[in-house]
Design a protein around this ligand. Sequence first.
Ligand code: GLU
Length: 345
Amino acid sequence: MAELSMHEDLPFDEATRPALVSTGNLPMHTEIRRLVTEAYELYRDDDSGAVADYIPVLAQASPKLFGIAVVGPWGRSFEIGDVETHFSIQSVSKPFVFALVCDTLGYEAARVRLGVNSTGFPFNSLMAVELNAERTMNPLVNAGAIATTSLAPGATLEEKWASVRERLSMFAGRELTINAEVYASESATNLRNQGIAHLLRSYGRLYFDPEEATDIYTRQCSLDVTAHDLAVMAATLANGGVNPVSGDRVIGPGVCRRVLAVMASAGLYELSGDWLYQIGVPGKSGVSGGIVTVAPGKGGLATYSPPLDAAGNSVRGQLASKYLAERLGLNLFASVPAQGSPPRF
Ligand code: GLU
């Protein structure tokens, strides 16, 4: 496996070799707007799922909140509903911090130190650490995510935190700040994450002080974002690492595609296989109700709605993402257009 993944990026300019990258375009603007509105109307009254409460303050979120945002490869956005409501980013931060660490260490060194395989266990499982020799498993479960954060550039807690906040802000195209209430609530209840960090340390798979690494991780999860921000962050990953709104390069294209690979295999907790099977694009969800979906070369989609299924994925978010991924032609595995009207997928 090490051999296979040692290849560096091919030395050609991707912009001049379109045949070697994901193909196709989003539909016309009027069509995107119509479909986003349709998805919103279809699912806004679905009240299944339950708002997370294991971090006490998260339970205060209204179950009615629902927003959808699409950002295309030129930075144009199509949005509806509660897309300016602030919420803590939670696990949706994980792929973006992994991107920072890959960019710093190189994606091969990052794979060796963190792993990129699915655990088959819940996101905060200690059992997964005990049963798998890799321990960290991947950057999108808590063990791997805390280890990832421990590798963020910087020699001290504050330096590491500054590099995490700065890079996530570049992904969003604006300065992100902590939600103090969420940070306080999660800091007071994150004993399990502290336990994971100490366990990893005992196996030599955490690369900074356990308490400080957990603290930076908790800060990162408490960053306030909107659905609009998440769509811009997703669009940056869809755009080879260049933020399509600010025009800034945030990470290189080689890192970008590795981050997307991990999202495809582990982005939706234990239901990551179902997500890839049904929706066919990389995604990442978080317990506050956000989901980002990335269609390489086409754009980013973000949804926000707090009620979750049993695995921790937003219910309305999954429904709307599936509806839009099908109708916007996002599925990476589709090589022929869907047939009929309405289309059969
Ligand atoms: N900060 C949360 C935790 O570690 C993130 C959970 C999530 O969004 O999956 O418990």
